[in-house]
Structure formats: structure tokens, C-alpha cells
Design a protein around this ligand. Sequence first.
Ligand code: PLP
Length: 751
Amino acid sequence: MSDLLLSTDSTSQIYLDANATTPVLPCIAEVVSHTMQICFGNPSSSHITGIQAKHLLEQTRNRARAVIGAHDGDILFTSGATEGIQTAVVSTLIAAKNHSIDKPVLLYGATEHKAVPNTLIHWNEVLGINAQVLAIPVSSEGILDLDFIAQHADKALMICTMAVNNETGVYQDLTAIEAVIRAKNTDVAWMVDCVQALGKTALELSTTTIDYAPFSGHKLYAPKGIGVLYIRQGSAYTPFIAGGGQESGMRSGTENLPGIAGLNKLFNLLLDETDDTFKPLSVLHDYREKLHNALQYTFGQLTFNHKFENSVPTTLNFSVNELSSKEVMDLFDAAGIRISGGSACSSGASRSFVLDAMGKSNWQSENALRLSFGPATTQTDINFACERIRSLKSILQANCLIVSDSESPQQEACALGLTQYRHQGACCWLYVTSQHQAVIIDPIAELLPRLEKIVTTQKLQVVAILDTHAHQDRMSSVELFKASLSAHLNFCGSDQLGWPADGSVIELMQTTLERLATPGHSVDSLSYLLRCNKTKKVLYCFCGDLLLPAGLGNTCLQGGDAMQMADSLNKLQQRLSPDSIICSGHDYQQCFAITWQAQIQQTPLLADLVKNHITMNEFTRKKQTSDIEDKGKFENLCGYATQVDTASPLQVDVAHAKNLLSNTNAYLIDTREPYEHGANDLPSLFDISKLRVINIPLSRMANALSDGQLSKSQCYILLCRSGNRSKQAAVNLAQLGFEQVYNLNGGMALV
Ligand code: PLP
């Protein structure tokens, strides 16, 4: 397969992200291709090929008029909605340059696509308009505040609203908005972003006073890079792109004829009453109901972030109670179901500004998921999607992500041993024995729902909930955890950091947990050492912020003392063995697992101390100096990595990986969480036996190292969803002395 065609297996992928973009329908692709190869003329040429192209262009314009009910005014072909928005805003602001309004405003809906406010802000500044850019608030249902519009309309140079929201599908009552605007201001330019309305709601633009309406082809099965802008007759207009005078001088540049041909076919499908490509609203409502039922079946409790009554049926925006959007997205992606978290168009955002504007809770906004389908979706597509969503229920149950409704849950295996849970840079550790005794170290409030579920579904007996020290970046969660897990606690009183009142050590069947005072990062810092009863070796050292992977804790925070740190580190050196695993309270660099030996190798100051190359006094001086330097560079972190890792692992592509797997005894390590792993059949995808595939999520890497699941001389190929997580893990394993570790470049996305 060539690189250009890497793409997905369309038979197994279930695409439910139509509001981000849609695939081009085969009949549209055919017309586009024909226009590129056969009817390829330049509409400005005067020969027959050019005349044919011009005919196609004008026919498409007329069809656009029919589809959006624009019997007068202008229809311009643009590169998409963003260009349409620029054109409308620039035209309006240039016309408004000499306005006489005192304290003018530019109004836009608070839930508008970012293209709108960002364009207003940009051109307001560039053109020196100096208007105040104001967001029109919305109700909890996403409906624009008409009183606010009424209050500001007389001072407005432009009002921008949208027909249908891209994140929630909420539609606005354009007639009501128009009545409010025009009662106050007959002249103000009004733009309505109609991108998500096309094909989903009826439009009759000529019967309205909407001045500008941008549309985009790729949201409705036409190619990317083509769109339409409607301009009401008489509305202000300044060409945004000048040049050869195409589009009657309104938008220069040779027209994107293949894209326009795609729109031509799309409009034809929309207008042809005998064609059933686009489903009527009643069918789309039925699809939504089916998807809703499937989601409900799989996840149990869902919170919808919008009301179905005022949304188009093609968008479902919801949060799964007690699961993060990342967990659900990873699971869906692994199962070949493509959905989006919040808005795909404002990538990088970790919460939804649309839901924030609607006043939804932080939890809803951070964990919102959007499932959207297009109006050409078939019953078979929906049935297939629902079946796939339903099939995820057993995977979720098996991984304690949802409470099983079976009487005897089968999930015992999933939390045995040590698991790391993370919230931002902070780490919480759960250690579970085969007899279901559990110790929670450095609990984090945000992780409580997850841990509560694991403790209840696996019927764990919690024998201790411990803080390594009074964390300075958050309140202690020991009491919160104790209260929520009270039915599962197997100890009574405890001291400030959670150590049970009745013992100097905590006996855990084959292991024993001891505590050791290790001040340095703070006065009260303790390390908890988990020792194997048989070998007497320390398996894990929970050291809080005394050590961070490849670094040392900060001694500049309250109670910090570099001299005490030196003493504490020497104490650890006496007690730990080279392969004891260091489990820190923070892991900003996503190292996940490090041994004492690797920690020493990667932390020069620690190495100098424990190898007696420097005295404790020298350590203290150097540590104090570096903490002051680091403080300036990295704000107030709980610790700093001394050696920033630049190693790049050996990368393999899919073909190379398959080759290694079939010709050597390499193993494939899936570093994704078990619920993602469970959604793929890796042995058949890589054509290898089940025994050659190991699932070691990064959160269980420390456990795997301690358990001896891996051998340093063995060849491993690591994979994850995108190749990023596994790359980090491959670097870490190489640093721990593993000789042949490869990363599958691009991860499952390119398999
Ligand atoms: N407006 C809305 C509501 C959208 O959903 C999008 C695309 O996500 C845009 C504008 C921008 O469209 P385009 O990608 O055509 O520039």
C-alpha cells in the first residue's frame, strides 16, 4: 500500500464524527474526478472546453440558490466557511469604517464556531474599528439571549449568529432572532453561519434579512476546500481576494471547478425528490434513538449535554458518568468507532467552551463526547454502529470501568499487583494482593470515582490509605477516601498521613509494607517500602516527592532541606536493591517505571552522593543551587528531572514489525489500557499466535518490571494508539537496559 493510501479499512471503521467532516459520497467523487480529467476547463476560457466549465459553474450556482432558497442576492464560491466568514466580516467592517455610533459593538453568539469571534477580533483590530467584541450569552439549553441582543443591537456594527451548533446540534429560532434585531436596527449586518444546517434543516434565505450566510462542502459529503457564501442583495461587499476578476470580480482566482462540480452533484441530490440518499427527519430521529439506546446499554448512566427537543437529530453530545472522555475516546478508537471529544475543529482544547457558555458543570465540559452522523447515513450503518457500541459493554465490565450487573464479577485479575493512576502530573498507586488486600498510596480526589469502582467491583479490603507527605500542591485526600470507602476499610484509627494506629508494619501475605522517615522535600516525608517476605528484597519504594523519575524532589518548598535529603537518599541506598522500583508522587515526564539503578544512572547528583564522590555538604550546596535555578525555569514543581531525555527509540513500520514477528521470536507489547487492548484482535491483525502478544499498559509497567514479565535480552515491539505513548515506553525500557526495544511508528492508527 502506498503511503498516500495508508488510510483505514472502511469496512471495519465506524465513522461517527460527521460534524468534523464527512467522506465524499461515491457519486460525488465520480463527478469530481470526471471534472478533473474530462470537463477540466477554465471557466474563463472562451473555447468550448471553457464554455462547458462555465456552464457547470453557473448551473451549480443556480442549484445552490434553489437549495438555500436564495432567489436573489449573490452566491459566491469560496474555499469553505472560514473564507466566507472572513469575507462577510471584512465587507461589513470596511463599510462601517466611518460609522458615527458612539461605543459600537460587534456581537456574536457565545457558542459560535471559533472562526467567527476570532475573525471579528482580528479584523476589528487590523482595520482599526475599535468596536467592543461582545459574546451574546446562551441559556443552559444553548439558546441565544434575545434580551441581550435587543439591548445591544442599536450599537452593533455586525451581529453573528449560527443556525445549528457544531458541538451540540442545538438550533436557533432565526425568525425570533430576526424580529429582535430588526426591531432595533434595520441596517446592522447580520451573518448566520449555516454550515451545520445544510441538509439538516430547511432554509429560505431570501425570505429573511440575513445579510451573509457561509456554507462548507466538506460537512455534507462534498470535498474539502469548497464552500459557498450567500450575500443578500444590497449588503456591503468588498472583495476579499482580488486578482484576475473571476466571480464578476467579487472573488478572484481560478475557480475550484472539481469542488464546484462536487457541490453541483450534492445540490442535485438534495433537490431531487425521487432520490433517497438524504434521509427525512423522521428517519434521522429514529437513528438518534437507536444510538442513544446503544450508548445507554453499554455505559449505563449518561448525561446529555443538550436537549433533543431543540437539536438536530444528527448530533449527540454527552458525558459518560464516572468515565473520562479520554477513556471513552480511547476505547471507541480502539474499537474502530470514530467520535470526537468536544469540538474537533478546536483541537487541543481540553474542555468545551460551548458547554461552558451553556453553564454546564466542569465535569461535563471536560468529559464531553460528540457523536455525529450525516443525513446520508443508512439503516445498515446505524445498525452496525449500534452493534459495535453494544459489544463494548463486556470489555468495560471486565476492566471495572462500569459496574457489572452480574452477581459474580469476573474482573479479579485486573487490579492485582501494582497499578499507577495519574491526574495531571501527580501519581496515585494501588497495590492489591492475591487475597484482595489493597493499599492506596498518595490518593488524589479526582481519582476517587475510579478507585471506588475498582474497590467495590473487586470486593477489595483496603488495609491502608497513605500519603507520603502533606502534599503542597493539593489537600490531602486520605480522609475523603476513607469516608467514601468506609464499607471496605480493614483498619481503624490512623495517623495524619494515614498509617494505621495498630502497627509498625503492614502485613500483606507475601509482602510487608514498612515506613521510613525520608525528609528532604518536606519535614514529614516518608517512604513506604514494600518488601518481599521470602527474599527480603524491597520490590517497590513509594517515595513521594523525595525522588522523581530521573530527578530529585524540590527542596525549596516549605519544610524542604537539602541536607536531610542527602541523608534520606543514603538511607534508601542502604535498603534498596538495584532493581527495586521507584514509585514517585509525581511523574511530569511520563516515565511510568524506573528502577533504583536507572534512577542513579540518570540522576548525576544522586549518583555522586551514593557512590561517595561528593560529601553530604557538597550535595547540599549543589542541590540548593540547582533548585534555585530550576525554580526560575519550571515554576514551582514538586521536583525536577535532572536528565532531560533525548533518546529516540528504534522505530519500525507495520511491515517491518510483521517481519520481525514472523522471523524472530519478538513479542508485541500493547501499552494501551486493557479496555482498548480488548477491542482489537492483535494476533490476527499481525498474524501471530496469542502467546506473542502481551498487554502491559503504561500504568502497569512498574508491576510488569517487578513481576519479571519481561526479559532484557528479548526483542519487543511496543504499540499504542498513535505511537506516542509506546515511544515513551520504548525509551524508558531501553534506559532500563532492555537491549532490543522497537516502537511501532504511528501505532494502531497506521495498522
Ligand atoms: N462554522 C461551523 C459551524 C463549523 O462547524 C465549521 C467547521 O468545523 C466552520 C464554520 C469552518 O468551516 P470550514 O472548515 O469550511 O472553514
